[in-house]
Design a protein around this ligand. Structure first.
Ligand SMILES: *[C@@H]1O[C@H](CO)[C@@H](O)[C@H](O)[C@H]1NC(C)=O
Length: 349
């Protein structure tokens, strides 16, 4: 039996994901590849929104608004609360991995973060402009002492942005700018852990002075890693007997989980920055966007409790893309308007 499977896998360039799913010991048979497809309890926040494979039922539509097409996308980063240098470096390495090459024009090995972003740059607006392939960090501000407290709301996050804009003297960057607010683990946010791990919207002139897209992602470490650092933490009801959580590629459950959420939000803000471009569903106050459609999917053969074919490094860390400075990340897949399916650069078929 084992030998037969080994033979089948050896002669088949593209092993069927269903075969891999039916065979939990797949990775021990295929010695040339580090791919494996662990079965995990689904993320309790996302199970209702998960779509497996392609679907004509997903009616992702364009609503005539702009996408983030100016190059590069200038991210103004706001660190709210206390963040360590190593945490900041990790998150910045991820963001800077989106552009295909670094300053020394070196590209990360395939499958890469930049290849993952190429699905986002397939989205264009009515002027024919595509989402930019290049992302830089144009400014940073640390709000170490929580200028607006440790209990934020969807509205008060704009006060945080307004304070950062003034203190850091961020330029009014209408052409290329967006804000990314990251809150430390002692900060609670309206709907955090219960409905969302991150969200994106745009600022209002009455609060910030002008309208620019922003995204927010929280550090879930103390509050809800099972919801927001999945699959590096899994729901407690599975503890004992069930499959365990996966090992994070950068050895930090909360940060590695945050990175996939940051990727999700950046992909959505780029393709739907003013919430009038690309989304599914009839309700613009609760749009289903290109990341929502693929939550919990990280590789070929995902769905039904499987996260899909991902890779494992020497230390046991689970990842599916390479980034700059030799980093590895696990990123959820994104909806491709071309394939009409969830897509990622580690696809096996
Ligand atoms: C730009 O968007 C169009 C429409 O989705 C797509 O066909 C094309 O491949 C995109 N171009 C790039 C460079 O991604």
């Amino acid at each position: 039996m084992a030998l037969l499977f080994f033979f089948l896998l050896a002669v088949s360039a593209t092993p069927l994901s269903s075969m891999a799913a039916a065979l939990p010991s797949f990775q021990t048979l295929n010695t040339n590849s580090h791919f494996f497809n662990p079965k995990l309890p689904p993320n309790s926040l996302s199970s209702s929104k998960k779509f497996e494979g392609s679907s004509d039922l997903v009616n992702l539509r364009y609503h005539m608004g702009p996408v983030l097409s100016s190059s590069p996308i200038n991210i103004y980063l706001i660190w709210y609360g206390k963040w360590s240098v190593s945490q900041k470096l990790l998150i910045k390495d991820f963001i800077l991995s989106i552009s295909a090459t670094d300053r020394r024009r070196r590209a990360a090995p395939s499958p890469s973060v930049a290849e993952w972003w190429s699905t986002v740059s397939l989205y264009s607006d009515q002027t024919g402009a595509n989402v930019s392939r290049s992302v830089v960090i144009a400014g940073e501000h640390s709000d170490l002492h929580h200028s607006h407290g440790t209990d934020l709301t969807r509205l008060s996050i704009q006060n945080v942005i307004a304070t950062a804009v003034q203190s850091a003297r961020f330029p009014v960057d209408h052409r290329n700018g967006m804000f990314l607010v990251l809150t430390s683990q002692d900060v609670t946010m309206q709907d955090f852990c219960r409905a969302v791990c991150g969200f994106h919207y745009f600022t209002f002139p009455s609060m910030v002075g002008y309208t620019l897209p922003y995204a927010w992602v929280g550090h879930s470490g103390k509050q809800c890693p099972e919801q927001c650092a999945y699959p590096f933490a899994v729901p407690a009801y599975m503890a004992g007997g069930g499959p365990g959580a996966l090992s994070p590629p950068n050895r930090d459950v909360a940060l590695d989980g945050m990175i996939s959420v940051i990727g999700h939000e950046l992909a959505e803000v780029a393709s739907n920055p003013l919430v009038n471009a690309w989304y599914a569903g009839e309700d613009p106050t609760a749009p289903t966007e290109i990341g929502d459609l693929c939550e919990g999917l990280y590789g070929t053969g995902g769905g039904g409790g499987y996260i899909g074919q991902v890779m494992r490094d020497e230390g046991g860390g689970t990842f599916n893309v390479h980034g700059r400075n030799g980093r590895k990340f696990l990123l959820q897949w994104l909806w491709s308007p071309v394939l009409k399916a969830c897509a990622g650069p580690n696809a096996l078929d």
